[in-house]
Design a protein around this ligand. Structure first.
Ligand code: GTP
Ligand code: MG
Length: 372
């Protein structure tokens, strides 16, 4: 990811502009199977990626993990106690991973720590910096950590969350980000590490930014990401869809989107929509059969692989917005939902959209099957 782009281009409310969508009524039915062309069979490698949350005390690590993965409301985090031992949290979702929440005071660079045990099987190191506090000391710990792990594990994704940016002015946020980036780059260059990729995200648990940042972190760990994006592009251009997100319903992380720019408002509205649908279906929905509970990166739950009855029973919903746009949601399986934003003219051909979404769903199933 491009350093310094915590959220990609945006503005302009609810997605205008028609990017990515076919125009002039050129939409058509997707041919079953064609969309999977070019898929190179990226197989999962059986690992269970590990996300390490590290950073100074009270920087917000446990809050982040509770809000994103356990639906805790942001204000409840005020009562979280300081973490005293490493909290290992297995997350079972479309792909299994683990979140390790570290106590801030722990010095894992101390030789008594089993360094390889911590960093040996890693997906990403997420370093949380409290932007409302003095950050020079935490930053030098980050630098020491990067330098230490680069020697043995150069493939680790390093993600810096410049956190608690709620309440900071836009200008101050960007200045802080620039300062942190510059100091990190200088320090790494001084140590001969010019090519280390470090990504920066401005985050807060009080808005969607923490979910968006996590989406980007998780996406880098999905071997099939490129294929998922291609499938979404094909779906959008054939169905008059302006923006499509494939969401992990439980965490509200989007695991893939089409290649048109993500505008923050579109993302937010789709994410809010999931909340509504989940709440309603939890109260009034039917009991779903449990697919195998234990999955991993190599054996994700296969979308649509449930039996016939289950296949026909996926939740779907359409909402027309005041600004003339339409939100279209289709549950893909127990974990994933597709949410599309389209103009109201697009949904006039609802049959076509439904058909194409079904083709998309089948293609997704094949992608994950090949990845097995
Ligand atoms: N304003 C603001 N406060 C936050 C945010 N995230 C966390 N906090 C607050 O920061 C405080 C510390 O949060 P914790 O999650 O316990 O911090 P921690 O990093 O786990 O701390 P240790 O376990 O001691 O290492 C809590 O009072 C949270 O409510 C945020 O995005 N914005
Ligand atoms: Mg904690």
């Amino acid at each position: 990811m491009e350093p310094g782009s915590p959220s990609t281009t945006g503005g302009g409310g609810g997605g205008g502009g028609g990017a990515g969508a076919g125009v002039n009524g050129k939409y058509g039915a997707m041919s079953p199977g064609s969309s999977i062309q070019g898929y190179t069979g990226l197989a999962g490698n059986g690992r269970r990626p590990r996300l390490l949350l590290m950073g100074q005390r009270r920087s917000g690590k446990s809050s982040i993990s509770s809000v994103v993965f356990h639906k805790m409301s942001p204000t409840e985090t005020l009562f979280l106690e300081s973490t005293t031992r490493i909290q290992k949290d297995p997350i079972h979702s479309f792909m299994d991973f683990q979140v390790w929440d570290f106590p801030g005071q722990l010095n894992f660079l101390d030789p008594t720590f089993d360094f390889d045990h911590i960093f040996g099987e890693l997906g990403a190191l997420i370093w949380v910096i409290d932007a409302q506090d003095e950050y020079l000391d935490p930053l030098s710990r980050l630098h020491a950590t990067i330098i230490a792990i680069q020697r043995s594990y150069p493939a680790i994704n390093i993600e810096v969350f410049i956190h608690k940016v709620d309440g900071l002015s836009d200008e101050y946020k960007l200045d802080t980000q620039r300062d942190i980036m510059q100091r990190t780059q200088d320090e790494l260059s001084d140590n001969g590490l010019d090519n280390v990729q470090v990504s920066y995200h401005l985050t807060s648990i009080y808005d969607h930014s923490i979910f968006e940042a996590f989406s980007k972190v998780i996406q880098k760990l999905i071997p099939q990401l490129e294929t998922l994006e291609n499938l979404l592009n094909v779906l959008c251009s054939n169905s008059g869809i302006e923006k499509a997100f494939l969401f992990d319903v439980m965490s509200k992380i989007y695991i893939a989107t089409d290649s048109s720019p993500v505008d923050v408002q579109s993302y937010e509205i789709c994410s809010d929509y999931i909340d509504v649908i989940v709440d309603v279906s939890e109260i009034y929905g039917y009991d779903r059969k449990q697919p195998a509970e234990i999955t991993d990166a190599a054996h994700p739950v296969v979308p649509g692989a449930e039996d016939e009855e289950e296949q026909t029973a996926e939740a779907s919903s359409i909402i027309r917005l005041q600004n003339g746009m339409v939100l279209y949601l289709r549950e893909i399986n127990k974990y994933l939902a597709l949410i599309c934003l389209m103009r109201k003219e697009g949904i006039e051909k609802k049959g076509l959209v439904d058909f194409n979404v079904q083709v998309f769903q089948n293609a997704l199933q094949r992608v994950f099957e090949v990845g097995r």
